[in-house]
Design a protein around this ligand. Structure first.
Ligand code: GDP
Ligand code: IMO
Ligand code: MG
Length: 420
């Protein structure tokens, strides 16, 4: 069997958690391949609303193995809290959650460095979630990091002290107050929680399961436009969020990738700083935020909102080799008097229809008007019952980008999903 990949095509929060939870029964294994607790993946079922950060979104189904892959960075403190929250729901995951030995650990001092770096940037800050993501991936590529496999070593505390010592030297460069000791006890408690799970060579496990014919869904975090190489740099995260990240983040060869599910909202949102060509700083943007409940799942920050951006979506589809599109939050657009979709940009260098190197050259988004609909979609169960205007909107997108939309999500709950 091949590994299917589900990932975000915008700036994150496209509804990955919800859709992974819905698709999980079709798979044997769900595996996260990059990012860390900067992710907030929301699931709603049986009157429960749950947000996952480090743990894959297949965890609430009983029969699937969930893997935290080598490309992920784990904060033991947040991991422990997640485990406690899940166990309160009487869900036993002890035999169903495996963690890669090669996943890197977020240290308390990584979080402090993240905060110090952001504070020093002032107005030019990235708008990081302050979870220590950037500093942890810096130590990974700088070959200084601590990995989950290290916690089994007798020298682990020494390794921890050595890396923390380096961080304290670095922190000396910033004028930033911090209290490391306050965080350390909880961190080591989190390490003990991690030890209770199966710590594995996940690349061997995944490839063995592929060879046995098991089906695997790789779950992305963040979104393509936050990718470290291709996103709106420097306003990006520190990992490869694109499909290639599933290969490096799980140890899966490119020829083992099957379907690529690219998920996008029927409009656009972004949290944190950075360019956003279709952003609406007006009452329409506010209406999208309120109707779409666009507040960050990890930080609670209001999300910036705007219309769907097709040049950006085409770019994301190209980078990921998307085979199936999934549109979420179609229900939010009901009862908008007018819907717009961006098809090109006016820039200081003329009109372009592609996502440019420097997005700041965009002076205006060029829009096509889409006929709107008034029907409430949240109880629609069949594609044939969707309003014709929404079907036309979907056909318009498919024609522009050349990939079919195979799933439409019409609400946050498990049941609110339509296969086309
Ligand atoms: P993720 O990071 O991609 O998993 O997405 P988030 O969980 O951060 O944000 C998506 C938000 O939209 C969550 O609050 C979901 O419960 C909610 N959601 C997901 N799909 C839909 C949908 O089709 N309609 C509506 N109204 N909400 C949705
Ligand atoms: P999910 O998986 C939306 C954004 C932050 C910031 C930038 C860098 O829930 O879609 P970082 O903490 O990675 O250093 O922040 O990336 N960001 C996200 N935005 N959804 C996410 O994850 C995000 N993870 C990071 O807001 O702009
Ligand atoms: Mg999210």
């Amino acid at each position: 069997m091949k590994v299917d990949v589900l990932l975000g095509l915008q700036w994150g929060d496209e509804g990955k958690g919800k859709v992974v939870d819905v698709l999980t029964p079709k798979y044997d294994i769900i595996a996260r391949f990059q990012g860390g607790p900067n992710a907030g993946h929301t699931l709603e079922f049986n009157e429960i609303k749950h947000v996952l950060h480090n743990i894959p979104s297949g965890i609430f189904r009983e029969d699937q193995i969930n893997v935290i892959g080598n490309g992920v960075v784990i904060d033991p403190v947040i991991f422990r809290k997640e485990i406690e929250a899940i166990s309160k729901l009487n869900v036993d995951i002890s035999k169903r959650l495996f963690i890669s030995k090669k996943a890197h650990l977020i240290l308390p001092s990584h979080r402090i460095l993240d905060a110090a770096s952001e504070a020093s940037k002032g107005k030019t800050k990235i708008g990081s979630t302050l979870k220590g993501i950037g500093p942890t991936y810096m130590d990974k590529t700088g070959r200084n990091g601590l990995r989950v496999g290290d916690i089994l070593s007798e020298d682990f505390k020494k390794m921890y002290d050595s890396l923390t010592g380096k961080h304290m030297q670095l922190l000396g460069m910033y004028n930033f107050e911090y209290k490391l000791k306050d965080f350390e006890e909880g961190w080591f408690e989190g390490i003990n929680t991690i030890k209770k799970f199966s710590i594995i060579d996940s690349e061997h496990f995944i490839n063995q399961e592929i060879n046995k014919g098991k089906s695997i869904l790789a779950e992305g975090a963040q979104g393509t436009l936050l990718d470290i190489d291709f996103g709106s740099y420097p306003f990006v995260t520190s990992s490869n969020t694109i499909c290639a990240g599933a290969c490096t983040g799980l140890g899966v060869a490119p020829n083992k990738i099957g379907k690529v599910f690219g998920i996008f909202k029927a409009y656009c949102t972004r949290v944190g700083s950075g360019p956003f060509p279709t952003e609406l700083n007006d009452e329409t943007g506010e209406k999208l935020r309120q109707k779409g409940n666009e507040f960050g799942a990890t930080t609670g920050r209001p999300r910036r909102c705007g219309w769907l951006d097709l040049p950006a979506l085409k770019y994301s589809i190209m980078l990921n080799g998307v085979t199936n599109l999934i549109m979420t939050k179609a229900d939010v657009l009901s009862a908008f008097d007018s819907i717009k979709v961006c098809t090109a940009y006016e820039t200081t260098e003329g009109i372009i229809d592609y996502f440019p190197y420097n997005i700041n050259i965009v002076t205006k988004a060029i829009y096509t008007d889409i006929p709107s609909w008034i029907e409430d979609l949240t109880n629609v169960e069949n594609g044939s019952d969707l309003p014709p205007e929404l079907i036309d909107y979907i056909h318009f997108i498919e024609k522009e980008v050349g990939v079919p939309v195979t799933i439409v999500s019409v609400g946050p709950k498990r049941r609110q999903i339509i296969e086309l």
